[in-house]
Design a binder for this molecule. Structure first.
Ligand code: C2E
Ligand code: MG
Ligand code: MG
Ligand code: MG
Length: 285
């Protein structure tokens, strides 16, 4: 009786696994046409200077509007695109499209773009330079966000590419810091302009998480980097990261990712969403 039940549950599990594999296979096939048919779009999430409330830049975030499945989140399709190699074409498009979009904005704010490990090829610095010259965006308006996974393989080579990008005047941010393979060695090897502390540390109100947020912020500052707190969802979290001295904040409390047509609503706030100005009592600086 027990054995039968067990066997059935295995069979159920197998069926689920097979279904999951089939879905992944179909999504991969659909992804091949997603870019050409305009199913991929960018949304832009604002990032604010914590003390002044000033809007400093937007992060470009990919969105896939699948004709049948509707919205497919990046957490599902970026990995697939990396497996099929399509991330190279998608990444090129993101770079061009985000720079071109940012160059049309009436206010000179920055634009941050996420890079995948697969984009780390010799051609990367040329592609960055090309996107800048085509769009007319100033190099110092562009931020490239990389996660530690970029540095896990071909570490030396990838640092060399980062140096070349840095030499163009483009800034490099270390994304999701602390979420994965955080190695302090990376911080020694490259002058990251910014460290983005993973939102899990912001969401967690334990003493341990506080200690980590506080220490990473001090560490970043000691290394000459700016520090951004990711995933700020509540006023209490904003207050905490402000007290700790994080330079910038990003999160649903301050603004969700929006389509290009809506970015100006964050600019019209004249640089200071009430929520920041109110809590810090400062609108300048
Ligand atoms: P990320 O680079 O760390 O981007 C921040 C993610 O956190 C975004 O998720 C954003 O919507 C989400 N987020 C922002 N504020 C909050 C908050 O207050 N609460 C919560 N729960 N989430 C918040 P999204 O857009 O789903 O993107 C997920 C990841 O997919 C990104 O993480 C990035 O690693 C990757 N990704 C997105 N666009 C691109 C792209 O163009 N290229 C590459 N290579 N990766 C991308
Ligand atoms: Mg990012
Ligand atoms: Mg992040
Ligand atoms: Mg992430």
């Amino acid at each position: 009786y027990f054995a039968k039940g067990e066997r059935n549950s295995y069979r159920f599990f197998d069926r689920e696994m097979a279904e999951h594999a089939k879905q992944r296979h179909e999504l991969k096939a659909d992804l091949a046409h997603a870019l050409d048919t305009g199913q991929l779009q960018l949304q832009y999430q604002p990032i604010f200077h914590v003390r002044s409330g000033r809007l400093v830049r937007f992060e470009a975030l990919l969105r896939w509007h699948h004709p049948e499945r509707g919205f497919v989140p990046p957490s599902e399709f970026i990995a697939l695109a990396e497996e099929t190699g399509q991330i190279a074409a998608i990444g090129d498009w993101v770079m061009k499209a985000a720079c071109a979009e940012a160059a049309t904005w009436p206010q000179e704010v920055g634009i941050a773009i996420n890079l995948s490990p697969a984009q780390f090829r010799n051609s990367l610095p040329f592609k960055v330079a090309d996107a800048l010259s085509r769009s007319g965006l100033r190099p110092d308006q562009l931020y490239l966000e990389i996660t530690e996974t970029v540095l896990l393989q071909s570490t030396e080579e990838n640092f060399r590419l980062l140096e070349q990008i840095h030499a163009l005047g483009v800034k490099v941010a270390l994304d999701d810091f602390g979420s994965g393979y955080a190695s302090l060695g990376y911080l020694r090897e490259f002058p990251f302009h910014e460290i983005k502390i993973d939102r899990t540390f912001v969401a967690d109100d334990s003493l341990q998480a506080y200690a980590i947020l506080d220490s990473v912020t001090q560490l970043g500052h000691a290394l000459g980097a700016r520090v951004t707190a990711e995933g700020v969802e509540t006023r209490a979290q904003l207050e905490r990261v402000r007290g700790i001295g994080c330079d910038k904040a990003q999160g649903f409390l301050l603004g969700r990712p929006v389509p290009a047509t809506d970015v100006q609503k964050y600019m019209r706030l004249d640089g200071a969403p009430d929520v920041i100005a109110h809590r810090t009592g400062s609108r300048t600086g």
